[in-house]
Design a protein around this ligand. Structure first.
Ligand SMILES: [Cu+2]
Length: 120
């Protein structure tokens, strides 16, 4: 009986921890351009947008061109659920944006988005 109660209390504690952790995170909800997108030369964006389910402070975002140099994108140093980053002029090629941020609960998050700018 005692063991059953103890086990039940432990299971509840683990479940509550799991639920609070999931809710506290700032889930990645997408970007513009989308991951895997292929853009025509006419669609080349001037901004890179990131969207999260909760507020997150972006600490860095780096744009890399395939076999090319890495460029740091300026990140607004404030918590927000949507971020819009100015892009340099993009020549045709394959690009990767690697971002890092800190969610409101202090968890470090990171991810990357790849897209291609097609040649004319
Ligand atoms: Cu978290």
């Amino acid at each position: 009986m005692q063991y059953t109660k103890l086990f039940g209390a432990l299971a509840l504690a683990v479940w509550l921890l799991a639920v609070s952790t999931v809710q506290a995170h700032a889930p990645f909800e997408g970007s513009v351009p989308k991951d895997g997108a292929t853009l025509s030369a006419e669609e080349v964006p001037e901004q890179f947008e990131l969207k999260f389910g909760h507020t997150l402070r972006l600490t860095s975002a780096v744009l890399r061109r395939h076999e090319g140099e890495a460029v740091s994108l300026e990140t607004p140093n404030r918590p927000a659920s949507e971020h819009s980053l100015a892009l340099p002029e993009l020549a045709p090629g394959h690009y990767v944006v690697q971002w890092r941020g800190i969610a409101a609960d202090g968890h470090v998050m990171s991810g990357s988005v790849e897209f291609t700018v097609a040649a004319r």
